[in-house]
Ligand binder design. Structure first.
Ligand SMILES: Cc1cc2nc3c(=O)[nH]c(=O)nc-3n(C[C@H](O)[C@H](O)[C@H](O)COP(=O)(O)OP(=O)(O)OC[C@H]3O[C@@H](n4cnc5c(N)ncnc54)[C@H](O)[C@@H]3O)c2cc1C
Length: 462
């Protein structure tokens, strides 16, 4: 079942328990799911505002390319932390025979979220299509403004997700001025529309760059691509799951970024001595990552970001084996090159831009340049109308590391004055600055459950 927008929501009559969720991607759907499944309050009124009008997709699961796979094994992608088999059971009910250790197409996960929400949806759920552009504090509650409507809410959960990447400039040339510049790497229509023999520069080497290469190169055998990033590091691949869990006891006492890096290296060496792969060490640290982050002070978090973050990310967020095989094949066939460094200059005099890339002797004359540098996280640089409005009203403020918004560990949003804004919560990627590990489903489903408990307690308190 596809959950789409119903008729535009009328301004809701005044009542004490209206909850609005801004964003209907995975974070918004998981929050709605928790609210509806854990509360038997028939007066609860949950509205999910989703700009596309279709729930469950968001950026990650809205892909239309079935070759884009989940990067987390199916058995870890349940919507409910306490029912690990839920996604697998859903897939079985749909007539499939899923491998618990396998990686499902991401678009199937959107269908799973839609069906799972539909299972608990009743008169208490409203889906409102369209963007929320502004939120105003009114008394103890909020007023939500869209292009053509104003709605009231007592409680708001921000689940607006990932932003498109920051714009790129090289030597004073704004890449947006290039004829073939694609600012949104998740717009697969624009990638598919490129010429069948296109030469494409992909800026970035992370998981989104991998998706871009797959859609680009699979759909026309004559296309070629060059991927470039500062480090030139591709995500590592998942390997056959080893049954050995490697659980590390994180040292007590003050922690530093260098100290934690040395600790992880020591654990990897110890694991190797027992024939256990480093991946088990990284995965075993997952449940401790947020508490490790909480123990690092701001300077140490900054040091981690500057020195270790990239290496951690390519080990922590890995490619499914089938995806890694495709990438190896493209490189072996000479259709994909991966470079470290960057674009050093651009010549825009011809019909196609000529880009000089570090280490390549000749310029690449490109039909397109795709910005895969990762989601923009600095709210102060965001052009998103809602984020600008929330900041100008002082309802949200960037976290000190500019990884998202300032919030408590529990998900309450902090205003510009540093105090909790009563009734305003956040779930998902915007909480990365506070938690670090805040973007994947296993973390998001836990946040959704915790924020739901806070929201329902507020509702109960009247
Ligand atoms: C390409 C990609 C692949 C990923 N793959 C995986 C994976 O395999 N496994 C995993 O665990 N994690 C994966 N992730 C991590 C991902 O961040 C989370 O799993 C999750 O999808 C985040 O969901 P979200 O709802 O917070 O954000 P988003 O997916 O960005 O969705 C946010 C939604 O909010 C809507 N919205 C935003 N602003 C407004 C507004 N003002 N008004 C109304 N609606 C609004 C948007 O239209 C969008 O639908 C992936 C991430 C990306 C980018």
């Amino acid at each position: 079942m596809v959950v789409t927008a119903s008729a535009p929501a009328e301004p809701v009559a005044a009542r004490a328990d209206r909850v609005s969720i801004i964003g209907g991607g995975a974070s918004g759907v998981l929050t709605a799911l928790q609210l509806l499944s854990t509360s038997d309050d028939s007066a609860l009124c949950v509205t999910v505002h989703e700009s596309t009008g279709v729930l469950g997709r968001g950026i990650a699961y809205g892909t239309s390319d079935p070759r884009h796979l989940l990067n987390v094994r199916a058995r870890h992608m349940s919507a409910y932390a306490d029912i690990p088999s839920d996604l697998l059971d859903w897939a079985r009910r749909a007539g499939r025979d899923p491998d618990p250790y396998g990686f499902l197409p991401r678009m199937e996960f959107a269908a799973y979220l839609q069906d799972t929400l539909a299972d608990v949806a009743d008169h208490r759920l409203t889906i409102s299509g369209g963007r929320v552009d502004d939120i105003v504090r009114v008394g103890d509650g909020f007023e939500l403004r869209t292009r053509d409507r104003v709605a009231a809410a007592d409680t708001v959960v921000l689940a607006y997700g990932n932003q498109t990447p920051q714009s790129l400039a090289v030597g004073g040339v704004d890449l947006a001025e290039l004829p073939g510049y694609l600012p949104n790497p998740w717009d697969l229509g624009a990638i598919r529309a490129l010429p069948g023999d296109a030469v494409v520069v992909i800026v970035g080497t992370g998981l989104t760059a991998i998706d871009t290469a797959i859609t680009l190169l699979e759909e026309s055998p004559q296309r070629t691509a060059v991927m470039v990033s500062r480090h030139g590091l591709l995500p590592h691949d998942h390997i056959e799951q080893q049954s050995t869990a490697w659980v590390s006891d994180v040292p007590s006492g003050p922690l530093t970024a260098d100290g934690i890096a040395a600790f992880v290296r020591g654990q990897v060496d110890a694991a190797r001595a027992h024939g256990v792969d480093w991946r088990n060490v990284v995965d075993g640290l997952r449940s401790a990552t947020q508490s490790i982050w909480a123990r690092l002070d701001l300077d140490e978090r900054q040091r981690f970001l500057a020195t270790y973050a990239r290496d951690w990310e390519v080990r922590r967020h890995r490619m499914a084996p089938e995806v890694a095989d495709r990438i190896r094949r493209y490189r072996r066939d000479g259709r994909l090159a991966v470079l470290d460094g960057g674009i050093t200059s651009i010549d825009t005099r011809g019909p196609r831009a000529a880009l000089r890339l570090s280490d390549l002797p000749d310029p690449v004359v490109a039909d397109a340049v795709v910005n895969c540098t990762g989601p923009l996280t600095d709210l102060a640089r965001s052009a998103d109308p809602l984020l600008q409005a929330l900041q100008s009203r002082g309802l949200v403020t960037p976290d000190p590391l500019r990884l998202g918004l300032a919030s408590t560990v529990a998900g309450e949003v902090l205003g510009v004055d540093g105090h909790v804004v009563p009734g305003l919560y956040a779930v998902g990627p915007p909480r990365k600055g506070t938690l670090w590990e805040s973007t994947a489903i296993p973390e998001i489903r836990t946040q959704a459950a915790e924020v739901s408990r806070l929201v329902l307690a507020r509702v109960a308190a009247g």
